[in-house]
Ligand binder design. Structure first.
Ligand SMILES: Cc1cc2nc3c(=O)[nH]c(=O)nc-3n(C[C@H](O)[C@H](O)[C@H](O)COP(=O)(O)OP(=O)(O)OC[C@H]3O[C@@H](n4cnc5c(N)ncnc54)[C@H](O)[C@@H]3O)c2cc1C
Length: 416
């Protein structure tokens, strides 16, 4: 008899898991609080830039439906505004380089991908239930399914999963987020022949990320401000009108990152739902959710490990979590999915996820001297730029050259 699994939440992790389990012959029910059409015509949710390893998990399941249409992101660049450069007068970049990715990255608007995957899941015979699950529903389902996976992102269901304070150094949001999807952005003049994620750091103020994406109206670019709370970029709170959001995005670009503003003078929003603003505190949670009736459910991806998007890792991690859990489920065969199994499945995922959390939390703080040296040196030493860029694909590599001053200087000496 095939095993019955309930997946609650149809985002990157829930859909990838549901489709993966379905292809392995499991009887899967997927619960989503929105229909595919509602997702497709709704608000943007992310910038969802995914690097090689995460994309490969999708390819392994033959779910890379948009690969040929989405822009191929071949590099990752870093620019740092010179201190005081946004005071009146000529502004400069203290640092500006681009590293080459070993394998390309891509961003497919989650409105396109999740809507498409939901339809595929249903077409392949999966049971898609449109319902916003409450804890009381899960109490019932935990008794009728062999396993309940909660992949509901940062929504209310996280309240079932206790925060792990030892792994969660921040209790407050560390950045105010403001996203705008646009058409009409000109290329970066430094590398007109290939696309890159551009990370613009404004010390003490925040960051502007720019990346190409495939959205509902074709190719577009995303302008994504991350502002230190209470600072000048933390200005989007009361802004409801999308054109006002874009105007503010551009005004801040002109002031703080004029080299990016220079190529953005002709942009327009992709659609009226192409903006997003918000903030959340990064958190690692206990992976096992306890239900009032005594049952247990396993948390997936953002439910259990939610990092700030400053390093663009959440969708990557969701893909890696889904791939890891899928392997743990399949390998477990017919044995019961008890709490011990849940703990082991999470620990296996945490082997990778811990590196993402460590690096992301480090990037939220002011950079220490040796990290500034490293980022500066990458402008002169292409191997350092390339290695930093490829760290976005495999953040475990930062252990080798990023956190400890001795390792950073030894690495830089080895390539100088
Ligand atoms: C501004 C911003 C920029 C980002 N940029 C990047 C980036 O460049 N690269 C990257 O890798 N990551 C990025 N991320 C993070 C990434 O989007 C998330 O980490 C990722 O989508 C998490 O996947 P998930 O499956 O855990 O949850 P989600 O994608 O959030 O999916 C959860 C789903 O569950 C549904 N749901 C919620 N509650 C219920 C309920 N009670 N019942 C049923 N369904 C429910 C939701 O509607 C949603 O569809 C960004 C995030 C933000 C906010």
């Amino acid at each position: 008899m095939s095993r019955k699994i309930l997946v609650v939440g149809a985002g990157q992790s829930g859909l990838q898991l549901a489709l993966g389990l379905q292809s392995h012959g499991y009887e899967v029910t997927l619960m989503s609080n929105r229909t595919a059409d509602e997702v497709r015509s709704g608000r943007v949710m992310s910038t969802q830039c995914m690097f090689h390893t995460a994309l490969q998990h999708e390819r392994d399941l033959q779910l890379n439906f948009w690969e040929s249409q989405a822009p191929k992101i071949e590099g990752l660049g870093v620019s740092v505004a010179a201190p005081g450069s946004f005071d009146p007068g000529p502004s400069q970049r203290a640092i500006d380089w681009v590293g080459k990715l070993d394998g390309f990255a891509q961003s497919v608007d989650q409105r396109v991908k999740m809507a498409g995957w939901m339809e595929t899941f249903a077409q392949r015979g999966g049971q898609l239930v449109i319902h916003g699950a409450a804890v009381s529903d899960l109490d019932y389902f935990a008794r009728t399914y062999d396993l309940v996976l909660v992949s509901a992102g940062k929504g209310e269901l996280v309240s079932m999963f206790g925060r792990d304070a030892s792994r969660s150094p921040y209790s407050e949001p560390q950045r105010a987020l403001a996203v705008a999807y646009v058409h009409g952005l000109a290329v970066r003049p430094e590398h007109p022949d290939f696309d890159a994620v551009r990370c613009n750091l404004v010390p003490g103020v925040g960051e502007l990320f720019i990346m190409p994406t495939l959205t509902t109206s074709g190719r577009a670019d995303i302008l994504f401000w991350e502002g230190v709370p209470g600072g000048p970029l933390d200005a989007f709170k009361g802004v409801k009108d999308p054109s006002e959001h874009l105007a503010l995005t551009l005004e801040l670009m002109e002031k703080f990152v004029p080299w990016e503003y220079a190529r953005a003078t002709k942009v327009e929003l992709t659609d009226a739902n192409g903006t997003l603003a918000g903030r959340y505190a990064p958190a690692v949670r206990n992976p096992i959710g306890r239900l009032p009736g005594g049952g247990a459910v396993l948390g997936v991806a953002d439910v259990v490990v939610a990092n700030d998007p400053i390093t663009g890792q959440g969708s990557n991690s969701a893909s890696k979590c889904a791939a890891s859990y899928l392997a743990s489920i399949v390998e477990h065969g017919d044995k019961p999915f008890d709490e011990e199994w849940m703990r082991t499945a999470f620990d296996r995922y945490w082997d990778t996820a811990q590196h993402v959390t460590k690096w992301t939390n480090a990037m939220l703080g002011p950079p220490p001297e040796h990290v500034l040296d490293l980022i500066g040196a990458a402008g002169r030493l292409q191997p350092a730029a390339d290695r930093f860029a490829n760290g976005f694909n495999d953040p475990a590599d930062f252990e080798n050259f990023f956190y400890e001053p001795e390792k950073t200087s030894a690495y830089l000496a080895s390539i100088s």
